[in-house]
Design a protein around this ligand. Structure first.
Ligand SMILES: C[S@@+](CC[C@H](N)C(=O)[O-])C[C@H]1O[C@@H](n2cnc3c(N)ncnc32)[C@H](O)[C@@H]1O
Ligand code: SF4
Length: 459
């Protein structure tokens, strides 16, 4: 949890990124009765900031590194889904719960929402407009460049989307091919340049560092390319060995066979995955190049070129705001309860057609879909404050209970000794190494509190 002492903490403070996200539990699964579900939608929110998350669980191809793939992008299947989804959104938008507070940010994510037809994108965009939206609310459509035609862009803009987040991963054509991506470098740069010329929409590109075959030289070119593409925001994600991906299955097979981790696959040679130290250097190279080109760091992994890119969804989601989830596989939280809708598409559809006790299909209440509902977590607000702070690169210690901060000081001093943070009177600022290892710091903080429970003085 403290990291280890090393002359080069960026590369060696921890062995590996602990997990994609940190959490310390604190809640348990609940059986939500239909009565309670009904009460939720009839009661006003107590949240001051809110988001809407709409999930489109379809992709045309399974990329080698990703485990978000859920269902193939079959046009009839998407059309059926969009119809049910918009019905649910329309019903929800009229409930007292939804109408009781504004939404600051909406995220239509996946999967690959840009695989919808232009008319379907418009349906979702127009349905979102029925929600009480904050002035200048951020409305994001996620997806990929391939197949994102001008007709889709226009339909999205006309129906209210103002932010577009595209997975690019790498511009290098060979790396892309090995990862199962469509399109070559030139096509991507050209299309991103076109889209970025829009006078107000924010165009964002996700890059991954550490993909097989992606050398430091290729990564530097990726960074140059993303800057040259004219996008307004960029995410630099470290490759995480997610279970169930083609990459981790290959790695496991090779480990089992006790062979080196490179393998011939249908004419493509995958070089070994990039080691953790090289990934750390890649992060440093990315941060330094973007910041020396006047990009602003909005979080440990997200930078903006200008003020049109705000990344509201990502930053608010980390601070634990209310997120209403819609769609199979969507996650969020309602009235302080964590929600994870089940991924099974047919079960999700079945729930839409369920008949109420009175014999009619409910049309004043969104369907309760299969999934997991969690009890409210008593430490949720505090945990989110720590997570959001560490993700942003600094913790404002004055915002926390002084006793709690004193309780955590041994951990913070250890982080400082290990080159991960710098402590001043009221702020703990992460070094570049601390930003790279920020999820390990979050995990470490929660582990520390578990081992050393905080008991405030009773007076
Ligand atoms: C849910 S995916 C949707 C992206 C979009 N469908 C596409 O194909 O580009 C969102 C982002 O997660 C990131 N991601 C997926 N798998 C990852 C992994 N194993 N490690 C790090 N980032 C990953 C990618 O950068 C991706 O753009
Ligand atoms: S990166 Fe995108 S297209 Fe590829 S599997 Fe993941 S969600 Fe689907």
């Amino acid at each position: 949890m403290t990291g280890i002492s090393s002359p080069d903490p960026l590369k060696f403070a921890f062995a590996v990124k602990s997990a994609p996200h940190a959490s310390r539990g604190g809640s348990h699964p609940l059986n939500l009765t239909p009565q309670q579900w009904q009460t939720w939608w009839a009661s006003p929110t107590s949240a001051t900031q809110r988001a809407l998350y709409i999930h489109l669980p379809f992709c045309r191809k399974r990329c080698s590194f990703c485990n978000f793939f859920e269902n193939g992008s079959n046009p009839a299947r998407i059309s059926h889904y969009v119809k049910s989804l918009s019905t649910q959104l329309n019903i929800a938008s009229k409930t007292p719960f939804v109408q009781s507070g504004e939404f600051d940010t909406i995220y239509v994510g996946g999967g690959t929402p840009t695989d919808m037809q232009a008319s379907e994108i418009a349906i979702i965009g127009e349905t979102i407009q029925a929600f009480p939206l904050a002035k200048n609310a951020e409305i994001t459509l996620e997806g990929r460049i391939n197949g994102f035609t001008n007709a889709k862009f226009d339909a999205a803009l006309e129906s209210g989307f103002n932010r577009f987040s595209f997975g690019v991963q790498s511009f290098n054509t060979q790396v892309r091919l090995a990862a199962g991506r469509f399109d070559n470098r030139e096509t991507l740069i050209e299309r991103l340049q076109e889209l970025s010329q829009h006078p107000s929409a924010s165009i964002v590109a996700d890059l991954i560092f550490g993909l097989p075959g992606q050398t430091m030289e290729i990564w530097q070119q990726d960074l140059q390319d993303v800057i040259q593409s004219g996008v307004h925001g960029v995410d630099l994600y470290q490759l995480i060995g997610l279970q169930g991906t083609r990459l981790s299955n290959q790695a496991q097979k090779e480990k089992d066979r006790n062979k080196p981790t490179h393998k011939e696959t249908s004419k493509q040679t995958l070089t070994p995955a990039v080691d953790s130290q090289t990934r750390a250097s890649m992060y440093a190279t990315g941060a330094s190049l973007l910041e020396s080109s006047d990009w602003q760091r909005l979080s440990s992994c997200h930078w903006s070129r200008d003020s049109r890119e705000r990344s509201i969804y990502n930053s608010l989601a980390k601070s634990g705001i209310e997120i209403l989830p819609f769609g199979a596989g969507a996650g969020g939280n309602i009235h302080g309860h964590g929600i994870m809708n089940g991924r099974d598409l047919s079960l999700w559809h079945q729930a839409q057609s369920q008949v109420t006790e009175s014999g009619t299909v409910a049309d004043t209440l969104p369907s309760q879909v299969p999934g997991m509902v969690m009890s409210p977590n008593p430490s949720a607000a505090l945990d989110s404050q720590f997570k959001a702070g560490l993700d942003s690169g600094a913790l404002d210690l004055s915002e926390f209970n002084t006793e709690l901060i004193n309780h955590l000081m041994p951990l913070f001093y250890a982080w400082q000794t290990h080159g991960l943070v710098k402590l001043s009177h009221t702020i703990m600022t992460q070094t570049l190494a601390g930003r790279f290892w920020n999820v390990n710091l979050q995990t470490g903080l929660f582990a520390y509190l578990k081992q050393n429970p905080f008991q405030p003085c009773a007076n």
